[in-house]
Write a protein that binds this ligand. Sequence first.
Ligand SMILES: Nc1ncnc2c1ncn2[C@@H]1O[C@H](COP(=O)(O)OP(=O)(O)O)[C@@H](O)[C@H]1O
Ligand SMILES: CC(=O)OP(=O)(O)O
Ligand SMILES: [Mg+2]
Length: 392
Amino acid sequence: MKALLVLNAGSSSLKFGVFAADRADAPALLSGQIDAIGVKPRLRASKGDERFDEALPTPENAEHAHEDALTWLLDWLREHLAALELVAAGHRVVHGGTHFSAPVRIDETVLEELEALVPLAPLHQPHNLRGIRALAAQLPELPQVACFDTAFHHTQDTRAATFALPRALTEEGVRRYGFHGLSYEYVAAQLPALLDERADGRVVVAHLGAGASLCAVRGRESVATTMGFTALDGLMMATRPGSLDPGVLLYLMEHKRMDAAAITRLLYHESGLAGVSGISPDMRVLLDSDARAAAEAVELYCYRVARETGSLMAALGGLDAIVFTAGVGEHSAPVRERVCELLTWTGLRLDAARNVTHGPRIEADDSAVAVGVVPTDEESVIARATRELLQS
Ligand SMILES: Nc1ncnc2c1ncn2[C@@H]1O[C@H](COP(=O)(O)OP(=O)(O)O)[C@@H](O)[C@H]1O
Ligand SMILES: CC(=O)OP(=O)(O)O
Ligand SMILES: [Mg+2]
């Protein structure tokens, strides 16, 4: 059978799916993920009724953890795809810059343009591009397609995308791009089934994974988002701080003599849940911990989600629904409960019993705001785009 391979490298995970090449919207033939990359990597996958669960060797050098996971996965896939003929690959590429606002067939020129964006997404872009290069080395004739996290946000108006900087910098492309767009595109397509008549209303989608952002959606299009020029802005994340007074960076440069490399390490690897708790970047570990610093980190995380939700509500002019997705959003009832508690002023009321069942709808009957949980599926969005691009 002819098949498409989809790769989605996130900051803590490497997700994949294998889809029939000619059956639009059919579920994946084989899908799974390696998660906790850099900590305790583990592959979980399913193929029809078959389940796989394998621990990967613990990385000796954290800097090579993503590279090791990719090599391991491609070997594993070769074994499990023997009966299939790969006819194309689709990839999540986090940053499309100013140039790419739709999926694109990859060639050497495209790849060079995407390489130039590596400094704007150091936790993702190198891993995204490594997957493309590795497949090209193994299968030089294989058509490959890049699908961008930034593309979904191209509907935003100028105000939402502009920093109050001198015009020349804005024109050069220093503006808010926003990320997690493949996930938001998937969730937006689920809204009619989830919300009925509120689907086209004022919705905040909370993508809470290792990376985390919010998207204000109206008419199922992106109106505003918390991430910016890079995937550092907005919410507190596993290892990133989210919004930060830029004066802090000046202080670190002037008084702590930190250079760009040291600040990059601080902002991408040492902050967020990991930095505040001093224990772990993993929400599961923090929720299980009795340490006060773990509880403080979780509280700050939820508080930041609630505060940024308020900001997006101003952009939307109100709130009809909030929808949780991604690793934490889909699986953590305590985080959803605390965020919703902090949003009680909006008229939102959670139903505790519904919340622990993880949805799809978890608000109380008297809630003014609908609350949903949608398991995201970036791989299916990439598969569809890859199929469409190669057929056109
Ligand atoms: N049951 C759970 N409770 C709390 N957090 C969870 C749970 N399951 C997964 N997570 C968190 O989800 C995160 C991974 O989310 P995911 O969206 O897969 O990440 P990525 O940003 O790498 O794509 C991890 O940090 C993990 O701690
Ligand atoms: C953009 C981003 O932070 O992605 P992820 O959550 O997959 O790390
Ligand atoms: Mg992700």
